[in-house]
Design a binder for this molecule. Structure first.
Ligand code: SF4
Length: 122
């Protein structure tokens, strides 16, 4: 298995074309293969520094749902995720989510990425 290269060949091609046309690379101009192939647009690729790009707008509009992997140790990766939206009006208790709802009722965080780091992970 290979690591993700963020489709460097596509990024370099887009940069080269923009350079030959003597213009800056637009924030949504380069698309990764996985973003292009995703039928639900669950993957968004772009330049977050271009405030007009789709990825920058999604990050701005979903600030409360935005999280990074192991952000508790301040890794600041380029990839972020959006937490799933939970229906807090109706509690559906089942085998798999009983503990999660119990934690929610006690006011404790329910998503692992928001749990405070334990002593062994500091
Ligand atoms: S297709 Fe997606 S996962 Fe694969 S290298 Fe490109 S950006 Fe990475």
């Amino acid at each position: 298995m290979e690591k993700c290269s963020f489709c460097v060949q596509r990024t370099q091609l887009g940069k080269l074309q923009a350079k030959m046309e003597n213009r800056p690379l637009a924030g949504d101009e380069v698309q990764s293969a996985c973003a292009q192939a995703c039928p639900t647009s669950a993957i968004v690729f772009g330049n977050q520094n271009d405030k007009t790009s789709t990825v920058a707008k999604i990050r701005e509009e979903n600030e409360g749902r935005l999280f990074y992997v192991i952000e508790s140790i301040h890794t600041l990766p380029n990839v972020n995720y959006l937490a799933k939206i939970r229906n807090t009006d109706e509690i559906i208790v089942g085998e798999n989510n009983a503990n999660e709802h119990a934690r929610q009722e006690e006011g404790l965080p329910v998503t692992p990425q928001h749990e405070p780091a334990t002593e062994e992970h500091k």
